[in-house]
Design a protein around this ligand. Structure first.
Ligand code: NAG
Ligand code: NAG
Ligand code: ZN
Length: 449
């Protein structure tokens, strides 16, 4: 009898061990499938300026169908597909949730990488090297993996969940997010809150962004003046006029940078102005004509305004000091976007407990063991600005802790464990957002800085 009992115990122990083992094996293989799908997406070369969008569309649609999401491909501009996936919620009248990512990536100088940038090579640490591993193919696929897991768990969303994959973010999003957010299709989604990209965090705390500096103002200043022999000293040559401007602009730049260096402001609180090209001279096959002072000279600047910056006064400064007509100068903006919405309100989403979307986001991240920095202003432009301009709440968040910031850099990588952790974080956020009952009015989620 006793023997029989011992035997029974032994069998049940064995069963538990076997079950645990098979569970571990299953989750092991699930993990490797998840990583494999991430690598597959990374291997599709969607680098600007010639992104190969169609294979990315095919890949995303395949994933969406295997998860059981409704799919749509919207083409506002030819060959620039916006992929829109939908998981219909029970409460159709409640504002929906939109999970956005961009499909394009910036180019990579392949010779300067340790692993080929579109190989998605995984090294022995589990670091996956690829252009887009941080910015932001990780996020796009993490959304999908989170939805897959939620479906498997039998989760039933109250609010409808949309996932968008948009083109051309890296070239300012004009033919991508801007068209999409301005469309009737977008209106009909009744979006209540948007998640979009953030940045990696080198420490253990995740970063969340509730606003961003202005989209680039790309300024070109041009000087003209009388041409002359290289040997002649005379006033007001085009070169002299341009260099005076460059000097004045660089002085402004130094004053802004000094505030940062002195710790009086952080980078997103000042106006950055950086020279990006100088163009002058009369070219020859081997260089430039050296005995001729040119009649035209140009310089280009990338300018980013802080949220608190006074755009009008900067424009006045440009017209009066940086490129005055009195110095034979003209200027032109290649790009210039507003830093406030139509009501004159800075484009920020409230990131405190008066905004339930913030409360839910923070709680969901903490619930799965994530830690958070104080919410921040994104230093550059993302697609989130288009939805914020419409008064819709948007948070920039890419769940990458303990990760060096390598977007647009050589050897961009993300560790597989960090990637998997991020999937769990999105599961918690999406579950919480999609279960949230109360109507959240848009006007409560935006406010003055
Ligand atoms: C402006 O350009 C014209 C012709 O290119 C030149 O004659 C004049 O001296 C310039 N004036 C100034 C202030 O640079
Ligand atoms: C939340 O932030 C907004 C805008 O920054 C501010 O007006 C409001 O007082 C804050 N509310 C709380 C509860 O902190
Ligand atoms: Zn990005």
């Amino acid at each position: 009898m006793a023997d029989k009992n011992n035997f029974k115990t032994l069998i049940s122990t064995l069963t538990i061990v076997l079950l645990a083992f098979s569970y571990a094996a299953k989750s092991e293989s699930q993990h490797s499938q998840l990583i494999h799908r991430f690598q597959q997406y990374l291997q599709i070369n969607t680098a600007q300026p010639t992104p190969n969008y169609m294979p990315a569309v095919d890949f995303i649609l395949l994933q969406a169908k295997s998860i059981g999401l409704d799919v749509q491909v919207l083409e506002y501009v030819k060959s620039k597909p916006v992929i829109l996936l939908t998981w219909q919620g029970k409460a159709k009248s409640l504002p929906s949730i939109l999970l956005n990512s961009h499909t394009d990536v910036v180019p990579a100088e392949k010779e300067k990488w340790v692993h080929e940038p579109f190989s998605a090579h995984k090294d022995s640490n589990g670091d996956i090297y690829a252009r887009g591993s941080q910015d932001m193919k990780c996020v796009g696929l993490q959304y999908l993996e989170a939805l897959r897991n939620l479906k498997d768990k039998g989760f039933v969303p109250l609010r409808t969940i949309h996932v968008s994959f948009v083109p051309d973010e890296e070239i300012l999003g004009r033919d991508g997010a801007q068209m999409f957010v301005g469309s009737k299709d977008f209106d009909s989604l009744n979006v209540g809150v948007v998640l979009d990209e953030g940045l990696a965090s080198p420490d253990e705390n995740y970063r969340v962004f509730y606003g961003e500096r202005s989209a680039p103002w790309w300024l070109v200043v041009k000087a003209v003046g009388a041409p002359g022999h290289g040997s002649k000293l005379y006033d007001n040559s085009a070169m002299e006029n341009l260099l005076k401007s460059v000097e004045i602009i660089m002085r402004f730049r130094a004053a802004q940078f000094d505030l940062v260096k002195a710790g009086l402001a952080c980078e997103e609180e000042v106006i950055s102005v950086n020279p990006v090209f100088l163009k002058a001279g009369t070219p020859t096959p081997t260089g430039f004509v050296m005995n001729l002072q040119p009649s035209e000279a140009e310089a280009g600047f990338d300018i980013r305004l802080s949220l608190g910056a006074n755009a009008e006064s900067l424009e006045k400064r440009i017209a009066e000091e940086w490129a005055p007509a009195s110095r034979n100068m003209t200027f032109q903006f290649k790009e210039k976007e507003p830093i406030k919405n139509k009501l004159g309100v800075p484009l920020v989403t409230v990131a405190n407990h008066s905004n339930p979307w913030w409360t839910l986001l923070e709680a969901a991240i903490l619930k799965v063991g994530g830690k958070l920095h104080k919410p921040e202003i994104f230093p550059a432009a993302t697609d989130a600005r288009f939805v914020r301009r419409r008064g819709i709440a948007a948070f920039g968040f890419s769940p990458m802790a303990n990760t060096p910031i390598l977007l647009h850099d050589h050897n961009e990588f993300l560790n597989e464990a960090e990637y998997l952790k991020g999937v769990g974080v999105y599961e918690a956020i999406i579950e919480s957002y999609a279960s949230y009952m109360e109507a959240v009015e848009d006007r409560d989620t935006l406010s003055e800085l």
